[in-house]
Design a protein around this ligand. Structure first.
Ligand code: CP3
Length: 366
């Protein structure tokens, strides 16, 4: 028997408990690398239909959990369903990624309708309820939204890329960027609360493009809106568990953790986990951060890196994950091998105390 860490281990870790071996789920665990997903996707016709048809989105959510026995399911949807529900045009062009009707002016922001959010996201909350009803009790269901800055990037640039328009607007038309961040922040609070009310056990905020900002703008557009969302969600749902993932935040991870009060911090591929642990401003669960390319490569180097990451964080509240999403050309057998590797890890001797000692040494210097 492989030591399944389930029994809601992801939630115990988010509450601050160190669990060994660490619970595991993977960003983009549902997706094109799975043949059963490609089949489902083809039957839906288009990606938005897949996200907004509860029967299909429920099936997409459950596929990777069934195949690999992961410790958590993540709702199958997309961060861009929120601007779409507010009335912004959205399509997913084949081979091109998302294309949105670009926000050009304050008038375009005013044309977005907060009162469309509830009916527009009803299929998503319905999916949450269906998945929760079908999942084994011990498997955690993670709801999610895009964080305001990353969603604003797509809303203002109209498509993926380097988001140079959004970044220029931060200086050239700060009122326009602020108004987009404002409406997305307000909408996200409701959206996450509805997911929690429908049965999501915790929620995650994806801020994939946070790392493009200089520190002052990172505070204004990443930390402040995230802190507002965390506070407002917990006002309505005391104790709500929220994971933040400000990708490539670098040292800004420290004020992010301290000021947003997220329960869990998603480490991207570039994060030096032991280095971050030494600098942590408060106790927080850490999630991550295996390189998705190593999962694609597989083999001994994958095994070794997985064991190293888990070992370095032994004794800490840690959820094993990737540092970014699974790549579409990842062989599913590599995912199965990774989960098996994590489940059969031997407890490192003295790993936890070594880490604690280095933290104490670091704090006694200051
Ligand atoms: O399994 C899961 O992780 C849950 C579902 C999920 C999707 N997107 C499904 C999806 C989640 C959590 C997301 C988040 C998301 N979406 C982010 C943040 C995380 C990250 O990857 O940085 C971002 C930036 C998006 C926006 C987005 N959606 C892009 C840029 C694309 C096109 C690129 C691509 O991979 O095709 C999407 C499409 C998308 N979202 C797919 C999936 C499974 C592929 C669509 C398809 O089937 O063709």
């Amino acid at each position: 028997m492989t030591g399944k860490t389930t029994d809601r281990a992801v939630l115990r870790v988010l509450d601050g408990e160190a669990v060994w071996p660490p619970p595991v789920w993977l960003m983009r665990q549902a997706g094109r690398y799975l043949p059963e997903y490609r089949k489902l996707r083809a039957s839906a016709g288009n990606f938005i239909a897949l996200c907004t048809t509860p029967g299909l989105a429920t099936e997409a959510t459950l596929q990777p959990v069934r195949r690999f026995g992961l410790d958590a399911a993540i709702l199958f949807s997309d961060i861009l369903i929120l601007p779409w529900a507010l009335g912004q045009k959205l399509r997913f062009a084949e081979g091109e990624g998302p294309v949105l009707g670009r926000i050009e002016s304050l008038a375009d922001v005013e044309a977005l309708k907060l009162d469309r959010l509830k009916p527009g996201t009803e299929p998503v909350t319905e999916t949450v309820a269906r998945v929760r009803a079908e999942l084994p009790g011990e498997t955690v269901l993670i709801g999610f939204a895009g964080a305001p800055f990353t969603v604003a990037c797509y809303m203002l640039d109209g498509r993926g890329g380097d988001f140079s328009r959004t970044r220029l607007l931060a200086y050239a038309d700060p009122a326009l960027l602020a108004s987009v961040i404002e409406i997305v922040t307000t909408a996200t609070v409701d959206y996450l609360c509805w997911q929690i009310e429908a049965g999501a056990d915790c929620v995650m905020l994806f801020d994939s493009w946070a790392g493009m900002l200089p520190p002052d703008l990172f505070r204004a557009h990443v930390i402040h809106p995230t802190a507002r969302i965390v506070e407002a969600v917990r006002y309505r749902h005391p104790g709500a568990r929220i994971i933040g993932f400000p990708r490539l935040a670098g040292l800004m991870a420290l004020p992010y953790i301290e000021e947003t009060m997220v329960s869990g911090f998603g480490m991207d591929t570039a994060t030096d986990a032991p280095g971050l642990v030494r600098l942590l401003p408060r106790k927080v669960a850490l999630q991550g951060n295996l390189d998705p390319l190593l999962l694609r490569a597989g083999g001994v180097s994958l095994d070794q890196a997985a064991a190293r990451i888990a070992g370095e964080l032994a004794g800490m509240p840690h959820i094993f994950n990737l540092g970014h999403g699974i790549l579409p050309d990842t062989p599913p057998e590599h995912v199965a091998a990774l989960v098996e590797r994590i489940r059969t890890l031997e407890r490192p001797q003295g790993g936890a105390s070594a880490l604690e000692e280095s933290r104490l040494a670091a704090s006694s210097v200051s």
